[in-house]
Design a protein around this ligand. Structure first.
Ligand code: NAD
Ligand code: TYD
Length: 354
């Protein structure tokens, strides 16, 4: 039997980038388990449709019998767990889905993984990996001048999203500690790049700016995030899978701290060059009511993964943001697809005019 890899959430932003990269560079076939929520989009995977190495399964990670059957049928030697509700603002409007998928779903996946893993022989058990893809937001908020988050930083999640991810991290850790399941946790900073759903800062601002719509910056726009180009994240995850130490956590970040205003201005100035509109795009910036409980600053210290696994991001913010803007400008059909349907409901719920 060939070695399969089970990916959850592989039709979302990072998961799809990972699947596409995996298919280009690795031979093991992929089982892609994704419920296709509003954030899941098969158009992200259009370039591999029909490829027998990619088996797409539209199901929920909460469905224990489905997950169990997939393990039984394909006998994967690794799980990369991306599936989650991922947007902070949505978690403020409706936290229940976050608890259901991020906590209960991860629990279900862990239980079925444990049952399957326990049935393997000693060599197979040693080789097996469960990589849990998590976020730097579990560490809470930093003040200006505080050192960046290391793997030892205390967990202090502040939003329903980060709290649900923190809970899932704790479950994964416990399954290693208690049952010996070979898990690895990664905590990554803000990703950007192709296929990101335009509810998140960069694609939202980019598409609004192209369409001459207001650019809604929360609060004073001085909140800081540490930005990482999505392909760099995917490369880091592949290295973690291959060479990461079992039971460990690896922080992944871009060494690219920027204020939200810096980010929006960077997008606007690239558009000023490639899509001049007669006035600077950043004249569309509007300061709007702040996000409740808005974390001020995130920053990742990615020294451990650099020293242990030799990973460093290839893109700087300047090169990555340029590639991203170009991708959105060159992929009108994809953009058209995501801007229809459910997207309108979200925008009118979240961005009530003052
Ligand atoms: P996303 O919202 O774009 O995609 C999530 C995917 O999971 C979607 O395809 C969705 O259909 C699927 N999904 C949701 N609930 C499911 C369920 N119950 N069963 C099966 N599939 C389900 O998210 P993303 O930005 O690609 O993030 C992927 C992972 O990376 C998440 O775990 C997130 O917490 C983590 N992460 C994201 C970032 C970021 O900046 N986007 C940064 C660090 C970590
Ligand atoms: P987001 O992309 O939602 O990621 P996260 O909250 O997980 O970091 O937001 C990034 C930053 O941009 C965050 O500080 C909130 C801010 N933001 C805005 O100012 N306006 C917006 O419309 C959005 C979506 C985000």
């Amino acid at each position: 039997m060939q070695d399969f890899i089970l990916i959850t959430g592989g039709a979302g932003f990072i998961g799809a980038n990972f699947v596409l990269r995996w298919m280009q560079t690795k031979t093991a076939p992929v089982i892609n388990l994704d419920k296709l929520t509003y954030a899941g989009n098969l158009q992200n995977l259009a370039s591999i449709s029909g490829d027998a190495k990619h088996i797409f399964v539209k199901e929920d990670i909460n469905d224990r019998s489905v997950v169990g059957r997939l393990f039984e049928r394909y006998q994967p030697n690794a799980v990369i767990h991306f599936a989650a509700e991922s947007h902070v603002d949505r978690s403020i409007h409706g936290p229940a889905d976050f608890v259901q998928t991020n906590i209960n779903g991860t629990f279900t996946l862990l239980e079925e993984t444990r049952a399957y893993w326990s049935s393997l022989n000693t060599d197979e058990r040693k080789r097996f990996r469960f990589v849990h893809v998590s976020t730097d937001e579990v560490y809470g908020s930093l003040n200006a001048g505080d050192p960046a988050f290391t793997e030892e930083h205390k967990y202090r999640p502040n939003s329903p999203y980060s709290a649900s991810k923190a809970a899932s991290d704790h479950l994964v850790r416990a399954y290693h500690h208690t049952y010996g399941l070979p898990t690895i946790i990664t905590n990554c900073s803000n990703n950007y790049g192709p296929y990101q759903f335009p509810e998140k800062l960069i694609p939202l601002m980019l598409l609004n700016a192209i369409n001459g719509k207001p650019l809604p910056v929360y609060g004073d726009g001085k909140n800081v995030r540490d930005w990482l180009y999505v392909e760099d994240h995917c490369d880091a995850l592949m290295l973690v899978l291959e060479k990461g130490r079992v039971g460990e956590t690896y922080n992944i970040g871009g060494w690219n701290e920027r204020t939200n205003l810096d980010v929006v201005n960077a997008v606007c100035s690239i558009l000023d060059e490639s899509r001049p509109s007669g006035k600077p795009h950043n004249s569309l910036i509007e300061f709007v009511k702040d996000r409740p409980g808005h974390d001020r600053r995130y920053a990742i210290d990615a020294t451990k993964i650099a020293n242990e696994l030799g990973w460093k991001p290839k893109e700087t913010f300047e090169t990555g943001i340029r590639r991203t803007v170009e991708w959105y400008l060159n992929n009108e059909q994809w953009v058209k697809g995501v801007l229809s349907g459910e997207y309108h409901n979200w925008i009118s719920l979240q961005y009530v005019r003052k």
